[in-house]
Design a protein around this ligand. Structure first.
Ligand code: F6R
Length: 601
């Protein structure tokens, strides 16, 4: 999605803002721009193409700069619609993430005195600022008065010729400051500036900050407020490619470490105790009659896996909702319904809207997320971190496995609180959680074999994935991974559903990937394998058990991992998807039309 970066300080501003934009490219975008202001002038560079097409502005262009990568919502991805947008005087430059919902009414009002050059909702902002500046007020006051007129969501960064500093504002769209040795950074995502500083301030809704070369000041509702500085435990290295061709491949290979981080300190060496840094009381967990999960995309698939674990081991009915379709309705009363938002970014607009709907009705809420300080962590009653580390590839990989591993820990925690989990089930889950990093490593060690299977099938007409129980979310997730990075047609199904329709699509050039692991009813799925084989399709089977594996035409052998064995299968299928996409030369880290953090509903 759109990305914002900005810098004010003593280092070369143009270079820093340009690099910040390169760091944000992973989020997905279709056009970009930079504005630098210095003394009495403003210079703006925009492109309807890539960040690399923009010049690196020199120090003479200005000492304070803002930049933007745009993912189109209102208006085509053209140079005119790229940010920064300017006012009629050409002195005010604005970059914006989010959607100004009342832009049409504002534009109608402004059009009498202002000329618009784009189709965007954003352009009303510089024109509104221009009208306030004409009254002789400071840039800060002009922005404060402008935001009072806006409805919708925004993260804004503004700089202007003849006015001091950069002014930034946030409402329902993420924005944070970075505090470096040479100056202050602003960004929608710390990745933009992490090579310069890990000291950050997360702005809150309604915050407007004024950044100068020497200080930063935050206001909310017109009053000056203090905001903390936090240290992010990321390094620039953690956000780099470390020699891999793609972030996605690096992140696939990071999974054993990500999983160890997710587990570390949370599970006892002896026994089956789980210690989660959560504030939801045991009493709340005991009294809950139902758990509802809200999530999108890959996180939704993690939610389906969590349902399987929680219903089996914690005696809790669970419903999983695509967040954009959710409105709290189930539950005997909202207070008996625990609503869990699963979101790696913590910023997905649909998931946040679902969470807010649940909270408004009085349901206790929990966020399962990767991102410290994200909006979901501030809005949910409690947050449980999956500790996967930064994920730059648009296609989620390590965050998915870390979400499921953390859901397994949560299952043990809730099962214990409700006195619902048997000693043997708790021990089986504990062993699976502990074995998972090693089992994933064993799959990664088979990467060359998996790559060669992928190359063999790369030219297929379509790919179908089937599984049962926890194998089903893995089938759905693995199909999603393949389609988003290779652009091939790939669909996941419940194995039993094949004969109720999808079987009509099966031919001898549509391989079927079957999750034949433990916890996925492998023997029953093996029957469906026969159905597709008899229609000519090759079956690629994933199994730890040689007896089950024999049903497939091609087998990827997995280490056993109890209730988490389907997760191990997912890792093999991430590699399968990666190598098919790589074979086709796709832009794996930045698939067309997709974005890492989806901040519009
Ligand atoms: C696919 C993918 C998306 C996200 C979805 C939700 O690889 O990454 O489907 O899972 O956009 O994002 P989060 O988890 O940030 O809420």
């Amino acid at each position: 999605m759109c990305g914002i970066t900005g810098y004010i300080g003593t280092d070369p501003t143009g270079r820093i803002v340009h690099e910040g934009l390169q760091n944000l490219e992973y989020r997905g975008y279709d056009s970009a721009g930079i504005a630098l202001a210095g003394g009495g002038s403003l210079s703006v560079h925009k492109t309807g193409g890539e960040v690399g097409d923009l010049p690196v502005p020199s120090r003479e262009d200005g000492t304070r700069g803002i930049g933007h990568t745009r993912w189109s919502t209102h208006g085509e991805p053209t140079r005119e619609n790229a940010h920064p947008h300017t006012d009629c005087t050409g002195d005010v430059a604005v970059v914006h993430n989010g959607i100004i919902e009342n832009y049409a009414a504002l534009a109608d009002e402004l059009r009498a005195d202002h000329v618009f050059h784009s189709d965007t909702d954003t352009e009303v902002v510089p024109h509104l600022i221009e009208t306030h500046l004409a009254d002789g007020v400071s840039l800060l006051t002009a922005v404060q008065r402008t935001t009072e007129r806006l409805t919708g969501s925004y993260a804004l960064a503004i700089t202007a010729a003849g006015h001091d500093g950069i002014v930034v504002a946030r409402s329902d769209s993420p924005l944070l400051l970075g505090h470096g040795d040479t100056g202050t950074f602003v960004a929608s995502d710390a990745t933009a500036f992490i090579e310069h500083t890990n000291r950050v301030t997360y702005l809150r809704n309604g915050d407007i900050a004024h950044l100068t070369e020497t200080e930063w000041t935050v206001y909310n509702d017109g009053a000056r407020v203090s905001r903390d500085i936090e240290a992010l435990d990321w390094s620039a290295d953690a956000a780099g490619k470390s020699g891999y061709d793609h972030y996605m491949l690096k992140e696939i290979h990071e999974q054993p470490r990500a999983l160890r981080q997710a587990i570390s300190g949370r599970i006892s060496d002896l026994g089956t105790d789980v210690t989660l840094d959560m504030e939801l009381s045991t009493e709340t967990l005991q009294n809950v009659a139902e758990l509802q999960i809200v999530a999108c995309g890959t996180s939704y698939h993690a939610g389906l896996y969590a349902k399987e674990l929680l219903e089996t081991h914690a005696d809790l009915p669970v419903t999983v909702h695509v967040a954009s379709e959710y409105e709290l309705r189930g539950g005997r009363s909202p207070k008996d319904t625990l609503v869990v938002a699963i979101t790696q970014s913590g910023e997905t607009a649909d998931t946040l809207a679902a969470l807010r709907s649940a909270a408004q009705k009085g349901a206790p809420t929990l966020a399962l997320t990767n991102t410290l300080g994200s909006t979901v962590t501030r809005e949910a009653d409690d947050a449980l971190f999956i500790r996967a580390g930064p994920e730059i590839g648009v296609a989620a990989t390590k965050t998915f496995v870390s979400q499921v591993a953390t859901a397994a820990l949560l299952t043990m925690h809730i099962g214990r609180a409700r006195n619902a989990i048997s000693t043997s089930d708790a021990a089986a889950l504990r062993d699976a959680i502990r074995d998972l990093p090693g089992a994933v490593q064993q799959v990664l060690d088979q990467a060359p074999e998996i790559a060669s299977i992928a190359r063999e099938y790369a030219d297929s007409d379509a790919f179908f994935y089937v599984g049962r129980r926890a194998g089903r979310p893995v089938a759905l997730e693995s199909a999603l991974k393949l389609k988003e990075i290779s652009y091939d047609h790939a669909e996941g199904f419940s194995a039993g559903e094949l004969k109720h329709g999808p079987l009509a699509l099966v031919t001898d050039n549509t391989p079927v990937v079957a999750v034949l692991t433990e916890y996925a009813a492998p023997e029953r799925t093996a029957n469906n394998v026969k159905e597709v084989q008899s229609r000519g399709a090759d079956v690629i089977g994933l199994a730890s058990d040689a007896g089950t594996a024999r049903h497939a035409d091609v087998t990827i052998t997995l280490p056993a991992c109890g209730p988490l064995e389907p997760v191990v299968a997912n890792v093999a299928l991430q590699l399968f998807a990666y190598h098919i996409a790589n074979e086709k030369g796709r832009p794996i880290d930045k698939p067309r039309n997709l974005a890492k953090s989806v901040t519009v509903e």
